[in-house]
Design a protein around this ligand. Sequence first.
Ligand SMILES: *Cc1c(COP(=O)(O)O)cnc(C)c1O
Length: 404
Amino acid sequence: MQPVYLDNNATTRTDPAVVQVMLPYFSEQFGNASSAHTFGSEVAGALREARKRLQALLGAAFDYELVFTSGGTESDNAAILSALATQDGRNEIVTTAVEHPAILNVVEHLDKSAGITTHFIGVDECGRLDVAAYERALGPRTAIASVMWANNETGTLFPVEQLAEIAHRAGALFHTDAVQAVGKIPIDLKATKIDMLSLSGHKLHGPKGIGALYVRKGTKFSPLIWGGPQERKRRGGTENVPSIVGLGKAAELASAHLAEERTRVLALRERLERGICAQIGHCLTIGDGKNRLPNTSNIAFQYLEGEAIIDRLNRQGVAASLGSACASGSMEPSHVLRAMNVPMSALRGAIRFSLSRDNTEDEVDRVLQVLPDIIVKLRELSPSWQKRANGALADPPRLTELTL
Ligand SMILES: *Cc1c(COP(=O)(O)O)cnc(C)c1O
């Protein structure tokens, strides 16, 4: 039996159509886009086409607002460092406590080493940003506010259009890490005040090692990578042509499948959550029940360790991940769930199921077949579950009980 892959927020399968369009750029079409002959001009044309496809997916006003990078991490770093370099007299960053490490670790590093002050804005128990605290943290010293569009662990969506306007009132730039949002929800950058946006190819059925940073026309920019005049001098280095062409195709496919994300993928997610809820007690959905990516489900199985659940699911051919993919391998509970004050008894047993257009109803049903048994067996082995059953342990405060 084919394994069931429900870890699409970690990475997605490269669409076969993406692989197909990339292949010629390793062989016949090997030119350098900067060369003044046909080999070069053909490749330059392919890059232009890819940029246009990405522009369409994002609703950007101009194709040159996109800078190709090596992925989401580079785009995030470039945005933050550019703002600090170009916003004279401003040395503060406003961000959130639940960002991806690609933002958190660069701003923490800057905070320690470079005379930069960072404000980390907290979230409530559903993962919603404290917008009043965000507004208070912004001021005449803020160079940039950076808030992710969608959280990778819980799928919670942030009101980035509104947050961008608030940042502008303080004269600060606004950046969003939209790696998890692009391709899953409609985006129309023209209609927003967002100055910079990060995306990554491999989170939307494109190749790994390619991404882009949107930089709104008129936004001052200082490169992270200095070199040749590629990308209008905003990112040096000969372009990664096959991957850029692949990202363009992935963007085109994402545009075509956007409606499906909100209908079929959402229906699969609801089938999964309803099925789990109907069969298994003491589980909680984590995240904003309403404002959430259509594909993401973070469910805490109380009194259990997530690692054990993942391991048994894996043995049954189901790939999911811990509530935090980035905390996996370490025993540290996820910074996102801690910021949300998820009770300890639930936090350790949080599992993230992240779906994509590749998934089917049969696959969801297979998970629903194997999961209840896994949970029952593991709970029989769980000391805290036994204590609770004996009445020696009170149930923790309820989160959003799984009600659909
Ligand atoms: C995966 C991810 C990144 C990192 O992107 P890479 O292309 O893997 O560097 C950044 N931010 C978020 C929210 C992500 O999910």
